[in-house]
Write a protein that binds this ligand. Structure first.
Ligand SMILES: *Cc1c(COP(=O)(O)O)cnc(C)c1O
Length: 331
């Protein structure tokens, strides 16, 4: 990846003439089966631009209540685009179809226009869960029928594809736009891609500039993305295997009261009952002091993520540190 970065031909992507960025955008559009794609500095910017392209001020967006766009993007939909959010609780990232249908507003001068549904593949905070293809197809057809757009926050769509055997393009075919991150499991240092129709992506170029996301010799980053798409997709399966193995090991501890997720992909979530919402942060700080970096989500659980730089050795060490600390905690 470093070599690809150092040898990439560069230009000025603000003028649209960085050949490496253009090549990444073409590759990404092709692998998602979309007309066009745009390189963006972050997933947050990609999602935000998607909302901006699909919605006008006063429109309403339906989110799954745990999703990143609703919870972790500084209320960007409201702040940047004047869009109102409706969040609906899901199960493993899935909002029941009839709840989506019920939330779509009728044409009425008093009301916001429901314009967009956003779903996350995989659903991060729900547990790295895969949204089934037939569910996405059903949401897509509901959206089409009712004149709504569908955006997939596919930060980890390649994890979903590798774990389920469903082509990313099949997932992407359900949506009007798809964002995916190069900087998560795919292992690039920075960058995401937003894909959609040529018209959507043309507007996205304007909004990217508005947000300050037009980068000049961005080919140094895009080269990493091209490398990642060529070399780091199939290996996501190793992350999934390690997550599954860790969940099995922790279940074998037989600690009464400890909840352990059954991972679909590269994440294991732990939880236990207690009054203190900060208990997960405290536990993650304890692990951090032993060199194991996990995320404690206040009131929700502890998230353990496997990635390219955590090999089998690291997985064994992580299991040891977790087993010891959990056994102490529950003794
Ligand atoms: C990380 C992530 C994002 C945002 O990506 P950044 O590059 O961190 O801005 C969006 N959605 C999901 C589900 C993510 O996990």
């Amino acid at each position: 990846m470093l070599e690809a970065m150092c040898s990439a031909p560069l230009g000025d992507d603000v003028f649209g003439d960085d050949p490496t960025v253009t090549r990444l955008e073409e590759l990404a559009a092709e692998s998602l089966g979309k007309e066009a794609a745009i390189f963006v500095p972050s997933g947050t910017m990609g999602n935000s631009i998607a909302v901006g392209t699909h919605c006008s001020p006063g429109d309403e967006v339906i989110f799954e209540s745990l999703c990143h766009t609703y919870n972790f993007e500084c209320a960007g939909a409201a702040r940047l685009w004047g869009v109102q959010a409706v969040s609906i609780a899901g199960d493993r990232g899935v909002i029941p179809l009839d709840s989506i249908a019920a939330a779509i507003r009728p044409e009425d001068v008093h009301m916001a226009r429901t314009k967009l549904v956003i779903l996350e593949q995989t659903s991060n905070i729900a547990g790295g869960c895969i949204l089934p293809l037939d569910y996405l197809e059903a949401v897509a057809s509901l959206c089409r029928e009712r004149g709504l757009r569908l955006h997939i926050d596919g930060a980890r769509i390649f994890n979903a594809s590798v774990a389920s055997g469903v082509e990313v393009s099949s997932f992407a075919a359900c949506a009007d736009s798809v964002m995916f991150c190069l900087s998560k499991g795919l292992g690039a240092p920075a960058g995401s891609v937003l894909a959609g129709t040529a018209e959507t992506i043309a507007e996205a170029r304007r909004l990217r500039k508005l947000l300050g996301g037009g980068l000049r010799q961005a080919g140094v980053l895009a080269a990493c993305g091209i490398y990642a798409l060529g070399h780091n997709i199939e290996r996501l399966g190793e992350d999934h295997r390690r997550a599954a193995e860790l969940a099995v090991k922790l279940k074998e501890l037989n600690l009464a009261g400890l909840r352990i997720s059954s991972p679909d992909t590269n994440m294991v979530f732990l939880g236990w009952d207690g009054e203190d919402p900060d208990r997960y942060t405290e536990f993650s700080n304890r692990l951090r002091s032993e060199g194991l970096l996990v995320v404690g989500l206040s009131g929700r659980g502890v998230r353990i993520v496997f990635h390219k730089d955590a090999d089998d050795d690291a997985a064994v060490r992580a299991a040891g540190i977790l087993s010891r600390n959990l056994t102490e905690l529950f003794s």
